[in-house]
Ligand binder design. Structure first.
Ligand SMILES: [Zn+2]
Length: 122
């Protein structure tokens, strides 16, 4: 099994509903997002997937989050935009984009700070 991983970044604001602590107030993060894709056999160019393609797809998804108040976006209207939920959102969007490709989106990590990371995988 082969795996490739790319890293991208976005900045946004959010707050956590029904939470008592610092994160109940509106604040921002510079998220680091890691996307891992797996494939059993190598394809064209002896690659699992072109890094630049995966970066572009990820950028397209992160554009929908960048410099937004995440709580105001439709996806997070009824659920907290936690880093866990952000990781799931990015995972689902990239999975849709790669549905016809012979690769599997394996995991998405969303780092909200240097030492705190949430991941989503199936
Ligand atoms: Zn936060």
């Amino acid at each position: 099994m082969y795996e490739i991983k790319i890293t991208r970044f976005f900045s946004a604001a959010h707050f956590l509903r029904d939470y008592h602590g610092k994160c109940e107030a509106l604040h921002g993060h510079n998220w680091k997002v890691e996307v891992m894709v797996r494939r059993e056999d190598l394809g064209e160019g002896n690659m699992a997937l072109d890094f630049s393609r995966l970066k572009r797809l990820t950028e397209d998804v992160l554009k929908t989050l960048d410099h937004q108040n995440l709580n105001a976006l439709p996806y997070f209207k009824d659920q907290n935009p936690s880093s866990e939920a952000i990781a799931r959102y990015v995972f689902q969007q990239i999975e849709k984009s790669l549905a016809k490709e012979p690769v599997t989106v394996y995991r998405v990590n969303a780092w909200e700070s240097r030492d705190s990371c949430a991941g989503y995988m199936k």
